[in-house]
Design a protein around this ligand. Structure first.
Ligand code: EPZ
Length: 414
């Protein structure tokens, strides 16, 4: 069963701050990033109970308006509280996330768009501080369809005066979910999932109950894990429509896939063909599956050209794959993957979340044992990965502290 989507859950949690009272989210994955967002919500004054996959968030009338460095540097998605805090409190102080292992990732688009809506920003000792005496709806044209900027403008606009129109908005499924959730809270949003989103501001929002949908990136990663071992898997809960381009690339590699009543089934029983692909914002090939797809193509028949268009340096996994015998060369924002017949197990190190899971995928298909170090990167986004892989027939041992501490240390029973 594919778990709830990390990148939806985090946004819904941040958006819960828009309404005073008790929001309940179901199918929330128990992963490290969700616990970091739990800490962010607690820091601004909400109380959070998380039992099984159900999370209850109690939001008070008054919030603190700071997301501190200790939390933002653990997870960039902490900046998703910027829109809700500005809208509700008229003030937000969010630590600058800085660079990370996949690129520089600035906040200029967030700042510019919210600035047009009437917030003024300044930098203060590593923090971006925004104040407003009331946000006003505007037409915002994003220079790039940034997911984070789209989300912060969308949440802020729900409580702004008048109508906001976001052009060149991100179209990812998590934006559609966020908009649905906001509408359940009483917002007036239309067009989510297209490049133009319209929001008519309302006076106040009310808490809602919402189920987090399944994680398309986890589904894609598990599909590639099965294909790397020349096996097959049915991904229960996966939705093919969210993975169109990815699935068509799998088909081009010689894999078979079909939608089933319960999800999506994929399989392959021979060496894959080489396939070229380029990452792009949704509905293009997701950058969040680039590393895993490279791991799969390392043993393809022929040479694949991979172009990374979303982040400038998302290839940290390539050198590690080389330690397993892969022949991959990075030139600028392209990787040239020359398929080799097989990979060999080796000690390797994860440098980021998706690159880390790519190493796990490569290790599953490799001959002999591999040890993936710094697996904490992978725990950020994959719930019970060792268990899921064992259920698919893999032999996996996780270090004692790995995954077990993806259980909230400050867990409060309901
Ligand atoms: C989201 O990050 C995802 N994170 C990322 O998933 C994903 O890789 C990324 O979108 C792209 O799809 C979450 O949803 C929590 P962006 P986000 O703003 O919102 C540039 C994973 O593995 N940019 O769409 O931060 C930026 O540098 C993660 O689960 C600016 O230049 O991404 C990047 O090159 C990691 N200025 C591009 O836009 C800005 O103000 C896309 O960024 C904002 C972004």
């Amino acid at each position: 069963m594919v778990s709830g989507a990390k990148n939806s859950a985090l946004k819904l949690m941040a958006a819960s701050l828009l309404a005073e009272g008790r929001t309940v989210l179901a199918n929330v994955p128990r992963i490290a990033d969700v616990f970091t967002m739990t800490d962010v919500l607690r820091h601004v004054g909400a109380s959070v109970d998380f039992l099984g996959d159900v999370m209850a968030i109690e939001v008070p009338g008054q919030l603190n308006s700071e997301a501190p460095y200790e939390l933002v540097h653990r997870m960039r998605a902490s900046v998703n509280v910027l829109g809700p805090l500005l809208a509700r409190q008229g003030h937000a102080r969010v630590a600058m996330p800085g660079g990370c292992n996949i690129g520089s990732r600035p906040l200029d688009l967030h700042e510019e768009a919210l600035g047009r809506m009437g917030a003024s920003f300044h930098f203060d000792h590593g923090y971006l501080e925004g104040v407003t005496s009331g946000l006003t709806g505007r037409r915002i044209v994003l220079e790039f369809p940034s997911r984070g900027a789209t989300e912060n403008v969308l949440t802020a606009a729900t409580l702004a005066r008048g109508r906001t129109v976001i052009d060149n908005a991100a179209r990812e499924p998590d934006i559609v979910d966020l908009a649905r959730f906001l509408c359940q809270m009483g917002a007036q949003v239309s067009g989510a999932g297209t490049s133009t989103i319209e929001i008519e501001g309302v006076e106040a929002m009310t808490p809602a109950t919402y189920r987090v949908p399944s994680d398309p990136i986890e589904a894609g990663s598990l599909a590639l894990a099965a294909l790397a071992t020349r096996g097959e898997v049915e991904l229960l809960g996966a939705r093919a429509a969210e993975l169109d381009v990815f699935l068509s690339k799998l088909a081009a590699s010689g894999a078979r896939w079909r939608s089933t009543v319960a999800g999506v089934e994929v399989g392959i029983d021979h060496r894959p063909n080489a396939v070229d692909f380029a990452t792009l914002p949704y509905p293009g090939f997701p950058t969040d599956l680039q590393a895993q797809m490279i791991a799969y193509l390392c043993t393809a028949d022929g040479t694949s050209i991979v172009t990374e268009n979303v982040f400038e340096s998302r290839f940290a996994h390539v050198a590690e794959l080389g330690r397993m015998g892969a022949d991959v060369r990075v030139e600028g924002h392209q990787a040239v993957v020359r398929g080799v017949p097989r990979l060999e197990g080796a000690p390797v190190t994860a440098h980021d979340l998706r690159g880390g899971v790519a190493l796990v995928i490569a290790a599953l298909g490799a001959e002999g044992d591999s040890v993936v170090h710094d697996i904490h990167h992978v725990e950020r986004g994959y719930e019970d990965l060792p268990d899921k892989l064992r259920r698919l027939g893999a032999e996996v041992e996780a270090e004692v502290e790995a995954w077990s501490d993806a259980v909230d240390p400050s867990f409060d029973p309901l």
